[in-house]
Design a protein around this ligand. Structure first.
Ligand SMILES: C[S@@+](CC[C@H](N)C(=O)[O-])C[C@H]1O[C@@H](n2cnc3c(N)ncnc32)[C@H](O)[C@@H]1O
Length: 252
């Protein structure tokens, strides 16, 4: 309340844009002291109209999840594969924030369906591969659980373009065994379900399609990187590691 009032006053006194830039400079200076990075305000992804509309929808509906730089990667990847045949798949949905950006990127007229695979009971049991260098795992079984009905409601704006497959990965993958895919988003945090996801979907992704792993560059998710590196070690594609923490593979 007080901060909102200060923002309005600052905008009136200095002009809205100058006031915003002042915030950026302050944030940048504070971040630099701890060697963090702050995105520059003139980057065009921050002003992309579809991105802004999707962000507004997520915020109005109170949908939490992936940070917005990752959401933009998903949206722009979905745009990139608009002309590649095949549906979308997402392994690990939580509240549906990443799904919202995938569906937005596909385009309002798209006939591509998004097949979502999730336990809706949170994470499975972490394995030894999910233990960080300090000897502990960030995760426990059941973390990040969100009920299926909430996800259905959060994604209701996309009508019947979404199919929810409830179960432990890979139990429900057979539901789509005969389908082709142009985009697969893997965001399950752990080694075993990440490996099972890429093993199943890789042969079903069309050339030019993409496989994105949300957790590849996250220090909290060492098992996800291990699964991706192991799987692609003998494949013709290379793994592109992004500053957002995601990885992308474009199918050859
Ligand atoms: C990090 S969250 C996904 C976040 C979401 N993609 C977003 O960006 O908002 C991880 C999700 O993976 C699901 N999950 C983790 N392990 C699983 C498994 N073995 N089988 C099925 N779902 C799993 C959890 O229920 C949770 O919804």
């Amino acid at each position: 309340m007080i901060i909102k009032a200060l923002d309005s006053l600052g905008g009136l006194l200095f002009g809205r844009e100058k006031y915003r830039r002042g915030h950026y400079k302050l944030a940048k200076r504070l971040a630099a002291r701890q060697r963090y990075e702050v995105y520059k305000p003139h980057l065009i992804w921050l002003t992309d109209p579809e991105f802004i509309a999707a962000r507004d929808m997520a915020e109005q509906r109170g949908i939490e999840g992936s940070p917005y730089d990752r959401c933009f990667t998903l949206m722009t990847s979905a745009r990139m594969v608009r002309n590649i045949p095949g549906n979308f798949a997402e392994c690990g949905v939580r509240y549906g924030k990443s799904s919202l950006f995938l569906l937005t990127g596909a385009g309002a007229q798209s006939t591509k369906r998004l097949h979502i695979f999730d336990s809706f009971q949170g994470l499975s049991e972490p394995s030894d591969a999910d233990v960080q260098s300090g000897g502990k795992s960030e995760w426990s079984k059941g973390d990040l659980a969100v009920p299926q009905d909430i996800v259905r409601q959060n994604l209701s704006a996309f009508g019947d373009r979404v199919d929810l497959h409830k179960g432990w990965i890979p139990d429900r993958f057979n539901d789509v065994a005969d389908q082709e895919f142009s985009l697969v988003h893997v965001d399950v945090d752990l080694y075993e379900p990440t490996l099972a996801s890429v093993e199943f979907f890789y042969p079903r992704v069309k050339p030019g399609g993409v496989i994105i792993c949300d957790d590849y560059g996250s220090g909290d998710c060492p098992g996800a990187k291990k699964a991706i590196d192991e799987f692609f070690a003998d494949k013709p594609e290379n793994v592109l590691s992004l500053t957002s923490g995601q990885s992308i593979v474009i199918k050859a």
